[in-house]
Design a protein around this ligand. Structure first.
Ligand SMILES: [Zn+2]
Ligand SMILES: [Zn+2]
Length: 96
């Protein structure tokens, strides 16, 4: 699946693989604790480049429904571009 963010490079976006609910939970928890650890986890466990791993971690939102970049809090899809600021959000519904 391809994801794209108008604010970030590369402009054409990146290709991401499917993450199971369990994987989303792990990655999301790591992201909240330490973005560096989350990037390392992605690089170590999936064949993802460091740049792509960073791109993914940057866009995982900390709270479900809340945009990473602005105050908008009604995101209702998983991989969604915020209608207010245009930022890409990995709006994963996981327990935090
Ligand atoms: Zn972005
Ligand atoms: Zn936003």
């Amino acid at each position: 699946m391809k994801v794209q963010c108008k604010n970030c490079l590369p402009k054409e976006g990146i290709e991401i693989s499917y993450f199971s609910q369990k994987e989303k939970q792990i990655i999301s928890t790591l992201t909240v604790q330490s973005a560096i650890q989350a990037v390392k986890y992605l690089v170590d466990n999936y064949s993802i480049s460091h740049a792509d791993a960073k791109y993914i971690v940057t866009h995982i939102n900390k709270t479900y429904g809340h945009c990473n970049r602005c105050v908008f809090d009604k995101l209702d899809k998983e991989y969604i571009t915020c209608p207010k600021c245009g930022a890409l959000n990995f709006n994963w519904e996981v327990e935090k």
